[in-house]
Design a protein around this ligand. Structure first.
Ligand SMILES: *[C@@H]1O[C@H](CO)[C@@H](O)[C@H](O)[C@H]1NC(C)=O
Ligand SMILES: *[C@@H]1O[C@H](CO)[C@@H](O)[C@H](O)[C@H]1NC(C)=O
Ligand SMILES: *[C@@H]1O[C@H](CO)[C@@H](O)[C@H](O)[C@H]1NC(C)=O
Ligand SMILES: *[C@@H]1O[C@H](CO)[C@@H](O)[C@H](O)[C@H]1NC(C)=O
Ligand SMILES: *[C@@H]1O[C@H](CO)[C@@H](O)[C@H](O)[C@H]1NC(C)=O
Ligand SMILES: *[C@@H]1O[C@H](CO)[C@@H](O)[C@H](O)[C@H]1NC(C)=O
Ligand SMILES: *[C@@H]1O[C@H](CO)[C@@H](O)[C@H](O)[C@H]1NC(C)=O
Ligand SMILES: *[C@@H]1O[C@H](CO)[C@@H](O)[C@H](O)[C@H]1NC(C)=O
Ligand SMILES: *[C@@H]1O[C@H](CO)[C@@H](O)[C@H](O)[C@H]1NC(C)=O
Ligand SMILES: *[C@@H]1O[C@H](CO)[C@@H](O)[C@H](O)[C@H]1NC(C)=O
Ligand SMILES: *[C@@H]1O[C@H](CO)[C@@H](O)[C@H](O)[C@H]1NC(C)=O
Ligand SMILES: *[C@@H]1O[C@H](CO)[C@@H](O)[C@H](O)[C@H]1NC(C)=O
Length: 411
């Protein structure tokens, strides 16, 4: 019995220690790894020598670590794209041959020098916005006849606003908004809100993805577009170009904690890993399968979204950045993100959709249990244990007490 009690005490103490450790590491993680960020628009451009065509901008974020550097390049020439390059040098630089870059036919007009320091790169490109007339409310565009689809919006043909006006070098953010020439976009826009991060943290607004110093984030907002039917729904086509390892699979992880993204218990990550192996993950795009139908969403404004299986794409996507950086040795895969499900309101109700994706290097951040959930677990599991423990102590104390003689001595 005494051994039992000791065991229970041990277990409970261990549990409490573990809980405290987990929650303090959760709170303290922010300080673990920090990068020094600097932002620069159109690196190396002398605009008096090479005037930029309207709508073309190239934002460069340098994220300097102790012995390596991450470079993010957000470009609005052609389809909007975010290039991530990891180098093992602290002095790697972006070099742009602007006249060649603007012609969009020369591989190598944008490079990272020294080229031997480049360890990994990938580019996420937003290629098309599909709109379909969901007459039967199936929210399953893959099963619809081509006649249900409207002409897709080719993002390469959008005109993009000047990045200089929206750049915030202190917050490490920029907003890239663009529109089609058509009537539908006369009061509407498709915007990409870019954020780079120097430390671990979490965005304020839902879905509050966990980020770290090796990641940056894009929030896609489709605002005020006039749908071409009353029952219109949208899907967004994404492509990823990688130097060698394709982003070939999407892993869906489950969680029992939805504190940061209410009602969403899944996280999806589109990952690239070395040839013939699933680990380690080299780079990723991560999202929660949810979009929001209002700028300041409440619970009812969440609408689930789904991704299609990534498929290889034969051609490079029409992004100036991709054409300038990647040569023959590259692989492209693409998928569609479909917003909304059967029964959810159509786009015309709010004329707004937002969806957020995190792009980064290495393993994607994993949501740990929040301190609140840990406390609930500690109380939930600890209380019964405490009761068992106290019960055990009582029994033991009773047993060890000298028992009154029940039987009389045998003579
Ligand atoms: C840009 O080029 C012009 C013409 O060659 C030159 O006078 C000017 O100094 C250059 N500006 C910068 C910032 O290099
Ligand atoms: C970042 O900058 C600070 C101050 O400028 C410096 O002390 C620190 O060593 C830098 N960190 C890295 C990783 O370069
Ligand atoms: C870079 O630094 C990290 C952590 O500080 C260390 O684990 C890694 O081995 C270093 N890499 C090189 C090539 O020095
Ligand atoms: C790129 O285009 C320019 C102008 O259109 C042309 O002069 C040049 O030869 C082209 N280069 C390549 C590699 O196709
Ligand atoms: C960086 O990586 C390249 C290629 O893997 C290697 O040749 C080079 O020595 C590395 N440099 C440093 C400073 O680690
Ligand atoms: C909608 O449903 C009707 C009746 O089931 C069917 O005949 C029609 O083909 C469906 N339309 C589409 C676009 O799926
Ligand atoms: C988009 O631009 C490309 C190249 O400029 C052109 O071939 C294509 O027809 C345009 N598509 C639309 C829908 O305007
Ligand atoms: C951005 O705008 C500021 C002020 O409007 C101007 O001084 C700066 O030269 C612009 N930068 C670029 C790269 O166009
Ligand atoms: C755009 O907004 C203006 C002013 O609010 C309005 O007059 C116009 O009809 C709108 N255009 C469309 C296509 O909704
Ligand atoms: C949106 O479309 C639905 C379904 O056709 C229609 O009943 C509703 O009136 C439309 N709402 C608006 C605001 O246009
Ligand atoms: C990967 O696997 C395929 C078939 O299993 C094999 O042909 C190929 O050589 C492997 N590649 C590497 C880099 O191991
Ligand atoms: C996205 O969906 C459209 C319409 O169904 C389809 O034509 C296209 O091939 C899809 N793209 C990818 C990468 O799956």
């Amino acid at each position: 019995m005494a051994a039992d009690i000791m065991y229970t005490i041990h277990f409970y103490v261990l549990f409490v220690l573990l809980t405290v450790r987990c929650s303090s590491s959760f709170i303290g993680n922010g300080e673990n790894y920090r990068r020094n960020l600097s932002l620069e628009l159109n690196p190396g451009l002398n605009s008096s020598l090479t005037p930029l065509p309207p709508g073309v901008g190239l934002l460069h974020v340098r994220a300097l670590g102790k012995n390596n550097t991450l470079h993010y390049l957000l470009c609005s020439q052609g389809a909007p794209a975010l290039l991530l390059v990891h180098t093992n040098s602290t002095s790697s630089k972006v070099k742009v041959d602007w006249p060649a870059f603007l012609v969009q036919n020369t591989t190598g007009s944008l490079k990272l020098t020294p080229e031997s320091s480049v360890l990994y790169s990938n580019t996420l490109v937003f290629t098309r916005l599909w709109e379909y007339d969901d007459v039967n409310d199936t929210a399953a565009p893959e099963h619809l006849p081509p006649s249900s689809f409207f002409q897709p919006y080719e993002l390469q043909n959008f005109t993009w606003d000047d990045l200089n006006k929206t750049l915030d070098p202190m917050a490490y953010t920029a907003l890239l908004c663009g529109r089609d020439a058509s009537e539908s976009f006369s009061n509407g826009s498709l915007c990409l809100k870019f954020s780079a991060f120097d430390v671990e943290g979490r965005d304020q607004g839902w879905p509050s993805l966990l980020h770290n110093a090796n990641s940056s984030q894009l929030r896609v907002v489709l605002d005020g577009v006039v749908p071409r039917s009353n029952r219109s729904r949208f899907s967004l086509e994404l492509q990823v170009v990688g130097s060698t390892q394709a982003m070939s699979r999407v892993d869906v992880l489950r969680s029992i904690d939805d504190e940061y993204t209410p009602s969403i218990f899944k996280v999806s990550q589109w990952v690239s890993s070395p040839v013939n192996s699933t680990f380690p993950v080299l780079g990723y795009a991560q999202w929660k399968p949810v979009a929001y139908r209002r700028p300041s969403p409440v619970f009812e404004d969440a609408t689930p979204c789904r991704h299609s299986t990534p498929v290889p794409v034969a051609q490079l996507p029409p992004s100036g950045l991709v054409l300038a950086y990647y040569g023959g040795e590259s692989q492209t895969t693409g998928l569609n993100m479909t917003f909304s499900i059967t029964g959810d309101p159509f786009y015309n109700i709010t004329n707004y959709l937002s969806w957020t994706v995190l792009v980064g290097l290495g393993s994607p951040p994993v949501d740990s249990f929040s301190p609140l959930v840990l406390v609930i677990m500690a109380v939930g599991l600890g209380t019964p244990m405490l009761i068992i423990l106290l019960g055990g102590v009582c029994v033991c104390v009773r047993k060890n007490r000298p028992q009154p003689h029940v039987y009389g001595p045998i003579n």
